[in-house]
Design a protein around this ligand. Structure first.
Ligand SMILES: *Cc1c(COP(=O)(O)O)cnc(C)c1O
Length: 298
């Protein structure tokens, strides 16, 4: 229903700490899917849009922080496929590059304080409860539809991997990958690197989205949050510069920097078995770097 041809090649990465241990490392370039409906955000929106269209809803109402990649993806996808879009933005009114792009794609922005933001259904019902065309899209797209879309990553793989790693914010991408793996006999583990502190809560979120037993294939790595969501440290920034300079592939501190740091650190610590094949999912989100670029000037 939402035709959208995209390109997400798998590329090899050559780094000594992997080569020396006989490990192979690849990266799936979901960051190339679209500049604004980037990475996992297109995969997450695909079946959400389909469900909305099936219910004849034409107005997507969603939620996120001022730098949310999900807001930008929803704004752009709404423009592309003919949906009106409204976002409740957490916190006081601000302007930044991400929100300017959202507005440019026609999204209406409503700032709400943190207390009110917590009850998303109340916000939706108050403002749009009487509007039959309005469709609730949870923060980050968290939903069964979204995890189904993310599972399609697995059907695009042409070889087997021992480990597939992604960054985990809501855990939707991880759940989709794990559930898709659970329907095959590939003996692949799905790993999520929590980008938030206290990431153990993600097990419950992921389990709730796994209907095929994928939760049993999941490992969460909860020690690579660098102080919490959207927080960074010099050590992470130095690693990101190193990675970008060695590959020509951009990663950023909120999601994919923490993902890559974790996999390199695990390799260094001898976590993998000789000969293991590892796949990183580059979930995109590069507009977010515009809010943090100062911390990256080495
Ligand atoms: C939103 C986002 C994630 C988080 O994905 P979840 O499915 O919510 O865990 C990861 N990486 C990037 C770049 C994102 O924008």
């Amino acid at each position: 229903m939402f035709p959208f041809d995209f390109y997400s090649p798998i590329e090899p990465l050559d780094f000594p700490i992997f080569r020396e241990k006989g490990l192979t490392l690849h990266i799936k370039r979901d960051d190339l899917i679209h500049p604004f409906i980037s990475g996992n955000k297109w995969r997450k929106l695909k079946y959400i849009l389909e469900d909305a269209a099936n219910q004849r809803r034409t107005h997507l109402v969603t939620f996120g922080g001022a730098w949310s990649n999900h807001l930008l993806a929803t704004a752009c996808a709404g423009a592309k496929f003919g949906f009106k879009t409204t976002a409740f933005v957490r916190g006081e009114s601000v302007s930044n590059a991400n929100l300017s792009l959202c507005a440019l794609f026609g999204m209406e922005l409503r700032f709400v304080d943190r207390a009110a933001y917590r009850d998303k259904h109340a916000l939706f019902n108050q403002a749009f409860g009487g509007e039959p065309t309005a469709y609730f899209v949870d923060e980050g797209g968290y939903s069964a539809e979204a995890s189904k879309g993310c599972g399609e990553i697995v059907s695009e793989l042409s070889q087997r991997y021992d480990h597939i790693f992604c960054a985990a914010g809501t855990g939707t991408t991880l759940a989709g990958i794990a559930d898709a793996l659970a329907t095959k006999t590939l003996n692949t583990r799905a790993h999520g690197v929590s980008v938030l502190s206290g990431g153990n809560f993600l097990y419950g979120q992921v389990a709730d989205l796994c209907s095929q037993g994928g939760i049993d294939l999941c490992t969460l790595h909860t020690d690579y949050h660098f102080g919490g969501y959207a927080k960074t440290k010099p050590e992470l920034n130095v690693f990101i510069s190193y990675f970008c300079q060695k590959t020509g592939i951009l990663i950023e501190p909120v999601y994919t920097g923490k993902l890559c740091y974790a996999v390199f650190d695990l390799a260094r610590a001898g976590y993998f078995a000789d000969g293991d094949k590892i796949l990183l999912i580059h979930t995109g989100g590069l507009v977010g770097i515009l809010g943090m670029e100062k911390s990256l000037h080495a």
